[in-house]
Design a protein around this ligand. Structure first.
Ligand code: SF4
Ligand code: SF4
Length: 151
């Protein structure tokens, strides 16, 4: 079997590597705290957001500085993917290449982000399932906006 044939035989939902959607990550640390082997490394800092022209208090937000996974420790349990409340982590069927030096199995955020395009799209909804609550809420909001625009 050639390398290409082997790659084609890998099921789309295989746990190959974890892809990071950096824009979704709020540095909440939940994944790092729940990881049973402590192989997720996150650094972040806080940035001040000044109050708007309408007043109110200044706020702060976390800015991600580092996100890395050590594949030499990861046991592919998927807990981090399941617990992330902001949909920032997904399994990709890509396989992380073997490395001659164990230190090269520590993958930083750029490498984790590079796997996002290979994450398979979600399965289509069951045609008999009730409509998602989010859709109903979005339709209501759009209707409200339409009524306002007509006034
Ligand atoms: S899959 Fe499991 S072991 Fe690997 S990084 Fe996520 S929580 Fe940690
Ligand atoms: S749980 Fe999700 S949002 Fe929180 S630090 Fe991990 S990847 Fe980022």
């Amino acid at each position: 079997m050639t390398g290409a044939e082997r790659a084609a035989a890998i099921p789309a939902r295989s746990r190959g590597v974890i892809a990071l959607i950096e824009e979704n990550c709020t540095s909440c640390m939940l994944c790092a705290r729940e990881c049973p082997v402590w192989c997720i490394h996150i650094d972040s800092h806080q940035e001040a957001l000044p109050a708007g022209p309408g007043g109110g208090r200044d706020r702060t937000r976390n800015v991600l500085d580092r996100f890395a996974i050590d594949w030499s420790l990861c046991m592919y349990c998927s807990i981090c993917v399941e617990v992330c409340p902001f949909e920032a982590l997904y399994w990709s069927p890509e396989l992380a290449p073997a490395e001659a030096d164990i230190r090269d199995l520590l993958h930083e955020r750029d490498r984790l982000a590079s796997w996002v395009p290979s994450v398979p799209p979600p399965d289509p909804l069951d045609e008999h399932a009730p409509p998602a609550k989010e859709l109903a809420a979005a339709e209501k909001a759009a209707a409200r906006q339409g009524r306002r625009a007509q006034r």
